[in-house]
Write a protein that binds this ligand. Structure first.
Ligand code: 5GP
Ligand code: MN
Length: 340
């Protein structure tokens, strides 16, 4: 975190404040881990803290210290609105554009609080008085560690904060394997283990949580996998009917797209997930090498993210979405002509 942002934050947090910490819609391990870690740190500086998530987070995170206190905006809208209204400072974590909070966006836009952004996605918006944005970072949770260091608070790290931040870094780096994982990331992780994160237990709690339903759904996803070798592309689709037939629960499809990306010669992978309730098809894009799925998602699917991991959505039917996707690929044939 640079000196200017550090100074702004120091001034902003100079006296005890009513602080709300917000993550993005469909919160993942990094959103939940970073919000919890920052909250547990700021509480020790005598601020009053609440975390609000736009909607619920997956069960595999529901053991994290402090997660029971998280307010879910779409379940408890009145409480969330009141908190946002009274907040003096709102931290937005793991996203950089207010439309990433879904229906919560209008409430955030009405809030009179000063905003702080901590995020590692591309193309940050300018809504914050203090912006800590770094696209080279592995995760927002790693950034929270660097923020704590910049505010000279590393002595306040404890087992809970270490566990929360470890979980966020682990999930956003695919367990420390994505190119965003640096030597510094590993140094941060080493320190988190030193102050109490139990690495092996965290891995088990997050990843060894398969239900028979999820594995059956994975079977359907793998059966539905299609290959477009000319474009080094593989895609998976799941219809609402298939989700319903396997008792789909939030988080069940997490990581499915990586099976498509793990196929030899594939450098671009997509999963299309029908969501009849929202009237959309949600897409997750993953790539290897230089093909920017962030740009692809921004150009065609009102989405974004990182170079190698992004998301987006389509308002068309599942089959139309897929056929449209296939029709777009020829215009990327140069970029997709090499496997990585
Ligand atoms: P996922 O595919 O796991 O939902 O998301 C992959 C990455 O892209 C994450 O970093 C996520 O925050 C980002 N992302 C997912 N959906 C969207 C979207 O609709 N808009 C933007 N800007 N980013 C997204
Ligand atoms: Mn993240």
């Amino acid at each position: 975190m640079n000196a200017e942002t550090t100074l702004r934050l120091t001034q902003l947090l100079d006296t005890p404040k009513k602080v709300v910490v917000v993550g993005h819609k469909n919160p993942d391990g990094d959103a939940v881990g970073s919000c919890l870690g920052l909250t547990f740190f700021l509480k020790q500086l005598r601020h009053e803290l609440t975390i609000i998530m736009p909607n619920d987070f997956p069960d595999f995170l529901k053991w994290l210290p402090g997660c029971d206190e998280i307010v879910i905006h779409d379940k408890d809208t009145a409480a969330s609105a009141a908190l946002l209204d009274k907040a003096e400072v709102i931290f937005t974590l793991d996203f950089n554009s207010l439309d990433r909070t879904g229906d919560m966006q209008t409430y955030l836009e009405k809030a009179s609080a000063q905003f702080v952004m901590i995020d590692h996605h591309q193309a940050p918006d300018g809504y914050a008085v203090a912006t800590y944005s770094d696209v080279a970072m592995s995760s927002t949770s790693e950034m929270v560690y660097h923020l704590i260091a910049a505010l000279k608070g590393l002595h306040l790290l404890n087992k809970d904060i270490a566990t929360q931040l470890y979980t966020g870094i682990m999930t956003d780096t695919g367990s420390f394997r994505f190119p965003s994982t640096t030597a510094t990331t590993h140094k941060v992780i080493a320190h988190l283990i030193e102050v109490g994160a139990n690495n092996s237990e965290i891995h088990q709690k997050v990843y060894d949580t398969n239900s028979p339903d999820r594995l059956k759904l994975l079977g359907v996803a793998l059966k539905n996998m299609r290959f477009l070798p000319e474009y080094h592309t593989a895609y998976i689709s799941l219809s609402q009917k298939e989700l319903d037939a396997n008792n789909f629960k939030k988080g069940d499809t997490e990581g499915f797209v990586n099976y498509a990306l793990s196929v030899e010669g594939i450098c671009f992978a997509v999963i299309f997930i029908e969501n009849k309730q929202d009237g959309i098809v949600k897409m997750s894009f993953r790539s290897k090498g230089t093909f920017s799925v962030n740009e692809f998602a921004r150009n065609h699917y009102s989405g974004g993210g990182h170079i190698n991991a992004a998301g987006g959505r389509s308002l068309k039917t599942l089959s139309k979405t897929i056929s449209e996707f296939i029709s777009i690929l020829p215009s990327y044939s140069d970029a997709l002509s090499h496997d990585s």
